[in-house]
Design a protein around this ligand. Structure first.
Ligand code: NDP
Length: 249
């Protein structure tokens, strides 16, 4: 495939991502606290997470193993794999969602979006990349790696804190009060967005930008939905707390 054709595919895929953002303004993705009946067959929640995230891990692993990437592309692949190793093999077995389900339709749509995003990124990093040792000296590497690491830590700390709000066996919800939760309802989503913004800045290519667009398309409406849900279900929810961006939104 030529790079021009590949870039057109990435642009079209980004437009699909933006369309899904528009759709998610009207339909709340029905998993976790937003689950509701009428979305067809369901499977155990933690198994759903494994299936949803597995393509992202396996596809990048495949491209990393079959090609001889530059050190810079290799570093990008490793960062991706670290994130998705946690999301696929650790996170699903730590969450306390015993007996909770997730609609198969959500799992299948996430498998699709993860497969396309990982394939585009893996293909680029195997076939088109032209990074060299100087790539580690450019501003976008420094800015990107700082954002990626900061976002990763914020995401991990926040998810970890949320998971531990429940004692083993509990499945209800409590008001989170520590860390960035003092200012916003969804620091885990903010961390994830920051992380993939950092990745896109480091990678500086269309598939990474497209993946960031898809992440934002999923997480901005989800953060808005969580924030609204908290305010509806807890009369004592802190009034000044915002959804995703301290003091702003
Ligand atoms: P949530 O914040 O809804 O939930 C995270 C975990 O904590 C769940 O097990 C949830 O239980 C539990 N939990 C959440 N809030 C509370 C609370 N107040 N009291 C007790 N337990 C709580 O995260 P998401 O499901 O939206 O996302 C999980 C991870 O996946 C995040 O890191 C997110 O960034 C990432 N993600 C990435 C996407 C992408 O496009 N890249 C898309 C979606 C998520 P329960 O499931 O029962 O609600």
């Amino acid at each position: 495939m030529k790079l021009d054709t590949f870039n057109i595919i990435c642009i079209v895929w980004s437009i699909v991502g933006i369309s899904s953002f528009v759709l998610l303004q009207f339909v709340r993705a029905p998993y976790g606290r937003h689950i509701k009946k009428g979305w067809g067959p369901e499977i155990p929640n933690n198994l759903g997470w494994v299936f949803m995230e597995l393509p992202s891990f396996l596809i990048i692993l495949y491209f990393t193993l079959i090609s001889s990437q530059s050190n810079y592309a290799y570093m990008l692949s490793i960062l991706w794999l670290i994130h998705y190793f946690n999301r696929t093999f650790i996170f699903p077995f730590r969450i306390r969602t015993k007996k909770k389900k997730i609609p198969l339709a959500i799992v299948l749509s996430a498998i699709f979006f993860n497969t396309v995003n990982a394939s585009l990124n893996g293909y680029y990093l195997s076939v088109f990349e032209q990074y060299n040792s100087e790539s580690f000296l450019y501003w976008n590497f420094y800015l990107g790696i700082i954002l990626f690491v900061a976002g990763f830590l914020i995401n991990q700390i926040s998810d970890n804190y949320l998971i531990n709000l429940r004692k083993p066996g509990e499945t209800g919800y409590k008001i989170p009060k520590k860390f960035l939760f003092k200012y916003i309802s969804c620091p885990n989503h903010l961390g994830e967005l920051t992380q993939w913004a950092g990745f896109a800045i480091m990678a500086w290519n269309l598939p990474a930008l497209s993946f960031f667009i898809w992440t934002a398309a999923n997480l901005l409406p989800r953060a808005a939905g969580h924030h609204k849900w908290y305010k509806k279900h807890f009369s004592n929810y802190p009034e000044k707390r915002k959804a995703l961006i301290p003091k702003l939104w």
